[in-house]
Design a binder for this molecule. Structure first.
Ligand SMILES: [Zn+2]
Length: 332
């Protein structure tokens, strides 16, 4: 399943049409991969591609041997490079050693000096995070995916100086949905629903291109069998909130120029989106406790709001469009 990428997900620049599986940004030169499920794409075309790939492939049959082989590679040099460490992180993930994987990702990021292909590493990390979530569920082990993802996404953002958090969550979402659709999660009944609901607030708050958020909501409404007539009886309140938000995004952005869309994208970064995360969390809580709506309404400058009005106020804040239609993105 592919991503519909309309802007460079890193800088908001124009992207060239798809070439050998990825888009190229005309401004920052970064690649973005169309398919989000590649876990080994960072090795593509490298002299050691076959060797490291075969180590990763070995995980299915003999993970201990895979670890011995990659350790031999890592220990053969004084300063292991990014690709050695990202390969070893994949091995650690398969062994249930997500803490060690995190350390290797961070070290590998430190060793990186050219960021044009960071998307390939983000793909690898996200795929590993999905595997960890599934593994922990199967073994009934405690794991806090959001903390873990925020931790590595923050490192990427700091090192590369571009907001990456939304891309991590959207990629993880895409990984899960692809696995779900292909039947890979058939034995893990609840893991898809549980994970999507967990990462949903992050997707809503940190998705800088609201059109990608709309696409994701569309899919979730389908996967969670949302029906606008029966959502209360179906206890589908969270999806109803998503449905309202999508409707507001679509209506309010109907006449947006491309420039306006890019200004919105560039205005939001991981720091100021932290505020959006607060609003999204409160909105999500308000579906079960409507008394929270007055607090949200007050903070967004509205009185006596219902859920639909609070969602509209939030959508305007994100889209940077005032009640009278003024385009606030020009001043930001
Ligand atoms: Zn770019």
């Amino acid at each position: 399943m592919a991503f519909t990428i309309r802007l460079c997900p890193f800088c908001g620049g124009a992207i060239t049409s798809e070439e050998s599986g990825y888009y190229l940004c005309e401004e920052c030169g970064k690649r973005s991969y169309r398919s989000r499920i590649y876990s080994k794409v960072f090795l593509q075309g490298k002299p050691y591609e076959a060797q490291y790939s075969s180590i990763i492939d070995l995980l299915d049959v003999n993970p201990d041997k895979a670890l011995a082989q990659i350790n031999e590679v890592v220990e053969s040099v004084e300063e292991p490079d990014t690709d050695m460490l990202y390969t070893r992180a994949t091995v650690y993930t398969a062994l249930g050693e997500e803490g060690k994987a995190l350390i290797d990702w961070k070290k590998g990021l430190e060793a990186m000096s050219d960021f044009r292909n960071i998307d390939a590493y983000i793909l690898s990390v996200c795929r590993n995070i999905m595997d960890t979530i599934i593994l922990k569920e199967r073994e009934f082990l405690d794991f806090s995916p959001l903390e873990y993802i925020d931790n590595i996404a923050t490192e990427f953002s700091l090192k590369t100086e571009v907001p990456c958090r939304g891309l991590f969550y959207l990629t993880l979402y895409r990984d899960f949905r692809t696995a779900y659709q292909s039947g890979k999660l058939d034995k893990d009944e609840d893991v898809y629903d549980t994970t999507i609901v967990r990462i949903l607030p992050k997707i809503l708050a940190y998705g800088r291109d609201y059109r990608m958020v709309i696409d994701a909501i569309d899919e979730m409404l389908e996967d969670f069998h949302y029906n606008p007539d029966t959502y209360i009886d179906d206890d589908n309140l969270v999806m109803h909130l998503c449905y309202l938000l999508k409707g507001q995004y679509e209506a309010l952005s109907e006449n947006f120029s491309d420039e306006h869309i890019i200004r919105i994208f560039r205005h939001w970064n991981d720091e100021n989106m932290f505020e959006l995360e607060y609003y999204v969390d409160e909105l999500l809580k308000s579906v079960r406790d409507p008394s929270i709506l007055q607090k949200i309404g007050g903070l967004l400058g509205r009185e006596n709001v219902n859920l639909a009005e609070a969602v509209e106020a939030y959508a305007r804040k994100f889209l940077m469009i005032a009640d009278d239609g003024t385009d606030l993105s020009k001043e930001a």
